[in-house]
Structures are given as C-alpha cells and as structure tokens.
Design a protein around this ligand. Structure first.
Ligand SMILES: [Zn+2]
Length: 317
C-alpha cells in the first residue's frame, strides 16, 4: 500500500505519495505559513492534493521539534513556533480522512536512509543532518529509537563544548552550535574579519557570507574557507565519536545541506572519530555521506506511516 510522507520544514511543506519500495509517485510543495491556523490548512491541503487519484493507507508528518508522542504534538520548535502545542492528529485527521502519525523530522529522515538510502544494508544506523540546525536519529536492531516520550534521538543538542557558542535551543556548545550550516557561516564571518586578504575576507566586504559560500571558496582553494570546514569537521567528529561509543553503529550517515561540502568536512570528522571513539566500535563504524538528499524526510515519513498502518513496526512491506 502506498503512503504519504509530509516533511514540514521552516520554509516549505513537502508531501509525497510513496510506494512500499520507496518510489515517489507524486509530490507537492506548499510554503510554510507561520500562523497555526493556516499552517494546519496548508498541511491538510498538501496531503489531499498529493493523494488525489492514489490509493493511500496512511500519512506521517515529519515535524521540526521536540515531540510529546502521547499527545501527538510538538512541544518546542526553534524554527517553527506556529506548530507548538497543536494536537496535530486531532486537527488534521478529520480534514484528510486518513490515519495520521507524527514523527520528529530527524528521526523520519534517519528512517528514510535506513529503509532506502545509505543504511539499507545496516541494522544499526546513526544519522545526522547538518542544515540550519542539526537533526538526527538512531536505529538500533532495526528499530527507530524514540525514547520514553517520542523526543529521543535529538543528537544536535548534545553538548560538545560546555562553554561554547549559544545554540538556538538556549543551551551553550551543542553540536548544532558548532557544526551546523549556521555554525559554518558564523565561524566564516569571524575568520573573514581576521583574514581580510583571503577570498573569504574579500567576499565579506561585499555581502554577508552564507554557509554555501564557504564550500564554494574552499573548493576554489581558499585556505581560510578550508580551515572553517576542517574545524567544523573536527567538532562534528567529537559528536560522532560519542555516538559511536554509545550506539556501536555499522553506519554513521551524515546528510543535510552542508554535506555539499562532503569530504571537506567528513575527512576531519573521521580523523576525530578514530582519535576519540574506542575499539571495537571505532573500527566498525563507517562514516558516510547520506544518499537520499532532501528526499529522506518524505521517504522516511511515508515508510513510517506504512509501518504504523500495517501494525508492523519493522521491515515488512
Ligand atoms: Zn542546542
């Protein structure tokens, strides 16, 4: 049976009808409104529009933020406050006429990579997505780790440097504050001021530096831009080493927009994992670039919807 996965992001809502084998049959996108009423309306509209003409068994919403599963709601979302506190199942199900579940977006993307992407051969996967923030998810023994309340797997808010920069969550020195796309841009702006003659420094005199600029300039050989990505990779590796020690994964998948930089970040991250994680976990874990790109949320959410509707939590199609 096909299922609909909906990835609710800070700027857009992407909904897709997905087959059991992970093929997207149809996809629609809507802007993300930042008022609660219109947000619910647009999510329902996207689901109805994309599902039109398809046989669909269920829907899963991948939502940005911390979930309280027993109440089917998001209790905190740094990038989408409008979604906080809404009983999503109760509000949306009557409008779409299909069973609906919710999942954290990092968890859903991890499930996508596990079912259809870089982790499809593994039973133990750690996934982190380096975007504006850092999302993540953990799969052990083929089961998505949700924790007691559904808010587990928040890998981005593990403290890496106790006195480090302030994070969007209010804490200091989270992995997100040191290795996300936003952290790359922030560090690049600092180093641009210290190195006015670098390509990064020259760009900073013309406009504000974005995360993707750093990758472009690093590929062009700018030493300062390269050092920003190397430093990012080191912080990322400190986090990954902890995850390797805790979860003993077969695959550590790194995705998100900042992975455009690929090995320019991952090389340093792998080095740090080798230095800090302990054998035998250290030697077993393969740190790889995630393969589904921005589709992982929709694909993972759809697979979760199917697993929920079939009463099967694990691998059955
Ligand atoms: Zn944080």
């Amino acid at each position: 049976m096909n299922a609909i996965g909906v990835d609710v992001g800070g700027t857009k809502i992407a909904a897709g009808v997905v087959t059991p084998k992970g093929r997207i049959l149809d996809e629609v996108r809507y802007p993300t409104p930042h008022s609660p009423g219109t947000l619910i309306e647009n999510i329902a509209k996207a689901i109805k529009e994309v599902g039109d003409g398809h046989e669909v068994g269920g829907v899963c919403l991948a939502v940005p933020g911390l979930i309280l599963a027993s109440e089917n709601k998001v209790v905190f979302s740094a990038n989408l406050h409008a979604i906080e506190g809404i009983p999503l199942k109760h509000e949306i199900e009557p409008r779409i006429g299909l069973p609906l579940t919710i999942e954290n977006d990092g968890n859903a993307a991890a499930w996508g990579e596990f079912r259809f992407g870089v982790g499809s051969e593994a039973d133990h996967l750690v996934f982190v997505a380096l975007g504006t923030g850092i999302g993540g998810g953990v799969i052990t023994h083929g089961v998505l780790m949700r924790g007691a309340q559904g808010s587990g797997g928040e890998l981005g808010h593990v403290t890496i440097q106790a006195t480090g920069p302030r994070c969007a969550c209010g804490n200091h020195g989270c992995l997100e504050a040191l290795a996300s796309g936003s952290a790359i841009a922030r560090r690049a702006r600092e180093l641009a001021i210290e190195n006015p003659d670098s390509a990064l420094g020259r760009l900073a005199t013309r406009r504000q530096i974005l995360g993707e600029d750093v990758t472009d300039l690093a590929r062009g050989g700018d030493e300062v831009a390269l050092s920003v990505l190397d430093e990012t990779g080191r912080w990322l590796g400190v986090g990954l080493a902890a995850f390797v020690n805790i979860f003993n994964p077969e695959v550590v998948a790194v995705g998100g927009g900042a992975m455009e930089a690929g090995e320019l970040i991952l090389k340093a991250a792998r080095r740090e994992v080798i230095l800090r994680a302990r054998p035998p976990s250290r030697d077993h874990a393969e740190v790889q670039v995630a393969t589904l790109g921005p589709k992982s949320g929709v694909l993972g959410a759809a697979a979760l919807a199917r697993d929920a509707s079939s009463g099967e939590y694990l691998l059955g199609d």
